[in-house]
Design a protein around this ligand. Structure first.
Ligand code: AMP
Ligand code: FE
Ligand code: FE
Ligand code: ZN
Length: 278
């Protein structure tokens, strides 16, 4: 039996409802095998997998926190905002996500057009076929390119074509971090800045604290030990909450190793609940 101290939470998992490769049920299964006690599936701009994950969790004695990872932009940089404890039936949240899904589909069309003009005859249907139900993203384009032999490996898609500033890159619609924080808050949730290491400078970090994020994702595979400590310092200085997780997508080789390695302890989850429900 695990004691309380050993119990671990991974609050950053993806499923087929965005760019993950596993169904929510299978995400819960592998989380259970990895010894996790609390998880959150935070699909990109999508909450359609949450109901299934809650049902699966009942069979595996795992607690699921309803979550989402919203895309926003700040100074042309991509900023991901995690929402935890959101009400998945909240109508404003659902309306926004439906709108955003449509916009993502239009963006996929534009990306394919750009690729076509670069003499890559990728068909939109090939990309759409890969998105069973979730938000269409660049990873789906990358896999479609790979499947059709237009590139030799997944990363080549981003390096050569669809990465930021690549010749087939297309922006998503503008949604500010403040919009994301407000949307999460009106749906009853807490907002966390996801993997801040990736792009943000200190001014931008302070801006996000000013607009009211509740916490920072301290633990993430992209953070060195040093950066984890740095972000811990920021959270304690500004009285922010801490979250963390593996950013598991499944399918890719490195994903098999990360589950159970990037976690926060259950106290972090308790702290969130205390802030929400006290
Ligand atoms: P999207 O939301 O459609 O812009 O896609 C963003 C996703 O694409 C991220 O969550 C990553 O999974 C993936 N991605 C973005 N940039 C890269 C990159 N340079 N190399 C590999 N994957 C990337
Ligand atoms: Fe992703
Ligand atoms: Fe992210
Ligand atoms: Zn993620």
């Amino acid at each position: 039996m695990q004691n309380q101290k050993q119990k671990k939470a991974d609050l950053h998992l993806h499923s087929v409802y965005s760019d993950g490769t596993l169904s929510p049920t299978d995400v819960i299964k592998v989380s259970h095998s990895a010894g996790l006690s609390v998880v959150s599936i935070v699909d990109h701009d999508n909450i359609q997998g949450l109901e299934e994950s809650e049902k699966a969790a009942e069979n595996f004695n795992i607690e699921v926190i309803p979550g989402v990872e919203l895309s926003s932009t700040l100074n042309q940089k991509e900023v991901h905002i995690l929402g935890y404890f959101i009400d998945r039936k909240n109508s404003k949240l659902n309306d926004y996500l439906a709108f955003f899904r449509d916009e993502r589909r239009k963006r996929a069309e534009r990306i394919v057009k750009k690729l076509n003009s670069l003499n890559i005859p990728l068909k939109l249907e090939t990309v759409l076929r890969r998105t069973i139900m979730g938000s269409i993203g660049r990873p789906h384009v990358a896999y479609a390119l790979l499947e059709n032999g237009f590139i030799d490996n997944y990363d080549e898609a981003f390096d050569k074509y669809i990465g930021l500033n690549g010749p087939a890159y297309e922006e998503k619609i503008h949604f500010s971090p403040k919009d994301a924080v407000d949307l999460i808050s009106q749906a009853g949730g807490l907002s966390f800045l996801a993997h801040p290491n990736k792009t943000l400078n200190e001014n931008e970090l302070v801006h996000l604290i000013d607009i009211g994020i509740d916490g920072i994702e301290v633990m993430h595979p992209s953070h060195s030990h040093e950066r984890v400590n740095y972000f811990k310092g920021i959270t304690s200085e500004y009285f922010l909450l801490e979250s963390g997780g593996s950013d598991f997508h499944g399918g890719r080789k490195r994903d098999e190793e990360i589950l159970g390695r990037y976690t926060v302890d259950l106290q972090a989850v308790e702290n969130m609940k205390r802030r929400l429900f006290k």
